[in-house]
Design a protein around this ligand. Structure first.
Ligand code: ACM
Ligand code: ZN
Length: 723
C-alpha cells in the first residue's frame, strides 16, 4: 500500500474539528453545511440491522422507518464489507446521515459517535427534535478487538435491571465485552437446572444459610441469582448493544459457596475448624475426585448452552494448593502422574475443564496463574491481572492475553489515599488508567500481536458496605476510570491521552450526567500559604465547604468563595459538585496529619502469636485475636501519658472492609484510668471521639455474638493532634 496515503489522512485528521468525542476517533473531518434532524427523517437499514434501528429509535424519536432509503432526508444504517468489523464511517451531509460499519458492531459504534454529537438529553431519553448537526465525516475503528469490563455479582448481588443499566453504560463507551463473575466464595448466581440446589442454597449467605457471610451483612440472609431465562434475556440485551457476555465460574479455588452446597467436592481430609468456630473455610475442588468432573460437566454444559460467547472463563486464580497437599487422593494422583508440585494439579484440573469446554465447542479463558507453567492449552485466553509481568509472561508464552493488571485496571482500588476502596494493587485515578503505555511497560511488537485488548474489573466485596441496592458507589468507582479504559482500548496509548481530562470537562461530564451516573470529579487542589487557604478546580464545578473539621460537605453546604485568611486550615473540608458528579472530600494536608502516641492494648480475647498486641502498639501492623467476639468481650487501650488530641478513631477490623471487626459494641472512656463513662457505640466496628479532656483509657465492650469471621483485627487508634 502507498505509504503516503495514511500519512496524508493523518494530516487531514490533524485539522479535524474538536467535537470532544470520547473515545477520540481516528479521524474527524468537518464539512460545510448542516443536517436538520427532525421528524421527517426516515431511518433505514438492512434487515440484519433492524434490532439496531429499534435501539436508535428508543433514543432518537424518529417515527419513519424503511428498509429502502429515500433519496433525501434519511438516516442510513448499513454494513460495508470493506471496513473492519468494528470500524465505521459516519458521514453527516446536508441531505442525509449515513453510518456504515464493517459489521453490526461497527454500525453500533458509529451510532454511539452520533449520540455524542446530539444534545446530551439523548442519554436521558429526552431528546427533542429538531436538532441541527454540523456536517462532518468520522472515520474510525478500535485499537483493540477486546475492550472489556468485569462485574463481580458474586460478592455483591446485583439484580437484572442494574446489570442492564451497567451494560447500557458500557455500550455508550464502545466497550464490547462484559466479563460476568458469576460464582465465587460468597455466592453462586447462575441457575443450573440439573442441580437446583446450587442456587436454592448457594445463592444465599448469612442468617440461616450454611454459607457464612464474610463481608457486610453477615448475620442476615443475603443474596440472589439469575434464572437461565433471565440470563438469555441479558445475553440478547447485551448483543443488541454490541456486547458479548463472557461468563465466569471461578474454579477450582474461590468455590466455598458451592462447597457448602456439595461438601463432597472438597478434598478428603478433616479440616481444622477450631479457629473458625466450627466452620469449614475450604474452597478448592478436589482434583482427584472423578465425580467432580462429572458435576463440572453438568454445570459447564448448561453454562455453554446459555452463553453464545466462544469463551467461557473458568477462573484459575488464587488456588490454595495447600488443600491438595493435605489430601491423600490428590497426593496419590500426583504420584501416579509423576508430578512434583501441587501446582501441576492445577494444570491437570484446568486441562480437564478445557476438555469439557472443547466438547461443547468452547474455549477456556483463565486468570493468569493458570497459564503460569505454560501447560494450559494454547487456545486459552489469559486475563493478566496480577501485574504487568504476568501479562508479559503470558504473551511471551504465546497466549492471547487480555491486559488488566490491578494497578491500572482494578476499579475497586482507591482513587486517592483518603477515599474508600482497596489498596493492595495501587491507589490510582482515571488519568493513570488512560496513561497505560504498552511500549513503556516492555511489550515488544511480537507480544503486542498477542494482546487482545484491555479490561477493567470491579470486584465487589467493598460495594456491600455502600449499600448494594444503590449504584452510587459502583458509579463513583468506575467513572471516569471506565471512560479512560474505553479510550485506551479504542484509541490506544497515544490518541491524545493527555487531552483525556479536558475532554471530560468539555463534554463528557455532561454526557455522564445525562446518563445519570454518579461520577467522580478530580479533587480540588487545596493549598495554604502565608496564612491564606486557596482552593482551585479546573472543571467548572462548584466547590462547597464545611468548617467544623468533621462533616463532609454535601450539596447544600455553602459555596466556597475564598481565598480565606485562617490560622486553622485543618478545619476546612471541601468537595466539588458538577451535576451528578462529585469529587472526594479534600482538605489541606494539616487536616490529615496524625500522631502515634504510646499506648498498650489488652483484651479478653487472646491475640495470635503472629499478630500479637505489640504489633498494633508499635504501629507496625495490627493485632489479631484468636477467636471471634462474644457479648462482654472487651478491648482496652490505655495511654501511659494522658492523651490530648482533637480526634481519636478507635477502629476494629480492616480499614477498608467490613470484615473481622467487632460488629456491635459500646465504647467507654476514662480520664483517670479507673472509672469509665459511655462515649458511644461502634458503627461498622469504629467510633471517632473528640475528647474534651485528656484520656487515660478507651474501652470497647462487645455486644455481638460472633462477627462472621474467626478473628478480630485490632489496629492502632488513629489520633489527630491539636493544632
Ligand atoms: C483476582 O483478582 N483474583 C482475579
Ligand atoms: Zn483432593
Amino acid at each position: 500500500m502507498n505509504r503516503i496515503l495514511p500519512l496524508l489522512s493523518l494530516l487531514l485528521c490533524l485539522s479535524a474539528s474538536g467535537a470532544e468525542l470520547l473515545p477520540v476517533p481516528r479521524c474527524d473531518t468537518p464539512a460545510d453545511g448542516t443536517f436538520l434532524l427532525d421528524g421527517s427523517v426516515t431511518l433505514c437499514c438492512e434487515t440484519a440491522l433492524e434490532p439496531l434501528a429499534r435501539y436508535v429509535t428508543a433514543y432518537v424519536p424518529l417515527r419513519r422507518t424503511a428498509s429502502r432509503c429515500p433519496a433525501d432526508r434519511c438516516m442510513v444504517l448499513r454494513t460495508d464489507e470493506a471496513l473492519a468489523p468494528e470500524a465505521y464511517v459516519l458521514r453527516i451531509a446536508p441531505g442525509r446521515v449515513e453510518i456504515a460499519g464493517g459489521a453490526y458492531g461497527g454500525v453500533f459504534n458509529g451510532v454511539q459517535t452520533l449520540f455524542q454529537l446530539l444534545p446530551d438529553d439523548v442519554y436521558a431519553g429526552r431528546l427533542r427534535l429538531p436538532v441541527r448537526l454540523d456536517c462532518r465525516t468520522v472515520e474510525d475503528g478500535p485499537r483493540f478487538g477486546y475492550r472489556g469490563m468485569m462485574l463481580d455479582v458474586a460478592r455483591t448481588w446485583i439484580d437484572l435491571p442494574h446489570v442492564k443499566r451497567y451494560i447500557d453504560l458500557l455500550a455508550y463507551h464502545k466497550i464490547n465485552k462484559l466479563h460476568f463473575h458469576l460464582a465465587d466464595d460468597e455466592g453462586w448466581r447462575i441457575e443450573i437446572r440439573s442441580h437446583p440446589e446450587l442456587t436454592a442454597i448457594g445463592a444465599w449467605r448469612g442468617g440461616d444459610s450454611p454459607i457464612r457471610a464474610v463481608y457486610g451483612r453477615w448475620d442476615e440472609k443475603y443474596g440472589g441469582y439469575y434464572t437461565q431465562d433471565e440470563l438469555r434475556e441479558l445475553v440478547a440485551y447485551a448483543a443488541v448493544r454490541n456486547i458479548e457476555i463472557i461468563p465466569e465460574i471461578d474454579l477450582p479455588g474461590h468455590s466455598r459457596a458451592i462447597a457448602h452446597v456439595r461438601p463432597e467436592i472438597l478434598c478428603a481430609y478433616r479440616p481444622d475448624t477450631g479457629p473458625s468456630g466450627g466452620y469449614d473455610e475450604r474452597n478448592v475442588w478436589c482434583a482427584a475426585r472423578e465425580e467432580n468432573y462429572a458435576l463440572l460437566e453438568d454445570i459447564l454444559s448448561e453454562v455453554c448452552a446459555i452463553f453464545p460467547s466462544p469463551y467461557i472463563h473458568i477462573g484459575g486464580d488464587e488456588v490454595e494448593t495447600a488443600q491438595w497437599r493435605r489430601c491423600p487422593d490428590c497426593m496419590a494422583l500426583m504420584k501416579r502422574r509423576g508430578m512434583s508440585a501441587p501446582e501441576q494439579l492445577q494444570d491437570y484440573f484446568m486441562e480437564r475443564l478445557a476438555g469439557i469446554l472443547r466438547d461443547h465447542g468452547k474455549l477456556p479463558a483463565v486468570w493468569d496463574e493458570a497459564s503460569q507453567r505454560g501447560k494450559l492449552t494454547h487456545d486459552a485466553r489469559v486475563h493478566g491481572w496480577q501485574s504487568v509481568g504476568t501479562c508479559l509472561a503470558a504473551t511471551a508464552k504465546g497466549y492471547r492475553t487480555v491486559v488488566m493488571p490491578g494497578a491500572w485496571f482494578y476499579f475497586d482500588m482507591r482513587q486517592s489515599p483518603e477515599e474508600d476502596g482497596h489498596v493492595w494493587a495501587a491507589i490510582f485515578d482515571a488519568e493513570k488508567t488512560r496513561g497505560f503505555d504498552f511500549a513503556a511497560q516492555g511489550f515488544t511488537p511480537a507480544q503486542m500481536a498477542r494482546v487482545e485488548g484491555v479490561e477493567a474489573t470491579f470486584f465487589s466485596e467493598i460495594y456491600l458496605s455502600h449499600g448494594p441496592e444503590s449504584p452510587a458507589y459502583l458509579d463513583y468507582m468506575c467513572f471516569p476510570r471506565l471512560c479512560a479504559l474505553a479510550e485506551l482500548g479504542w484509541s490506544g496509548e497515544g490518541g491524545d491521552a493527555a487531552g483525556f481530562r479536558s475532554r471530560l470537562t468539555a463534554a463528557h461530564n455532561d454526557r455522564m450526567a445525562a446518563m445519570n451516573i454518579g461520577f467522580r470529579l478530580f479533587p480540588p487542589e487545596v493549598t495554604y500559604r502565608d496564612g491564606v487557604l486557596h482552593v482551585v478546580t479546573d472543571d467548572g464545578s462548584v466547590v462547597r465547604f464545611t468548617e467544623d473539621g468533621v462533616s463532609a460537605p454535601d450539596a447544600s453546604a455553602p459555596v466556597w468563595k475564598g481565598p480565606l485568611h485562617t490560622d486553622e486550615p485543618h478545619r476546612y473540608l471541601f468537595r466539588s459538585f458538577y451535576k451528578t458528579g462529585r469529587s472526594p472530600v479534600v482538605a489541606h494536608a494539616s487536616h490529615y496529619r496524625t500522631v502515634s502516641p504510646a499506648f498498650t492494648l489488652s483484651s479478653s480475647m487472646p491475640a495470635t502469636e503472629r499478630n500479637p498486641f505489640s504489633r498494633a502498639e508499635s504501629y507496625k501492623g495490627h493485632a489479631r485475636t484468636r477467636r471471634a467476639p462474644r457479648p462482654g468481650d472487651w478491648v482496652l487501650y490505655t495511654f501511659p501519658k494522658p492523651l490530648v488530641c482533637r480526634e481519636i478513631t478507635i477502629r476494629t477490623g480492616y480499614e477498608h472492609l467490613p470484615k473481622a471487626n467487632i460488629t456491635a459494641g459500646n465504647v467507654e472512656v476514662s480520664c483517670d484510668g479507673r472509672t469509665f463513662v459511655p462515649a458511644g457505640t461502634l458503627e461498622d466496628g469504629c467510633l471517632t471521639l473528640r475528647p474534651e479532656r485528656p484520656l487515660r483509657a478507651v474501652r470497647i465492650v462487645s455486644t455481638c455474638e460472633g462477627n462472621g469471621c474467626s478473628f478480630v483485627v485490632l489496629p492502632a487508634p488513629i489520633v489527630k493532634p491539636l493544632l
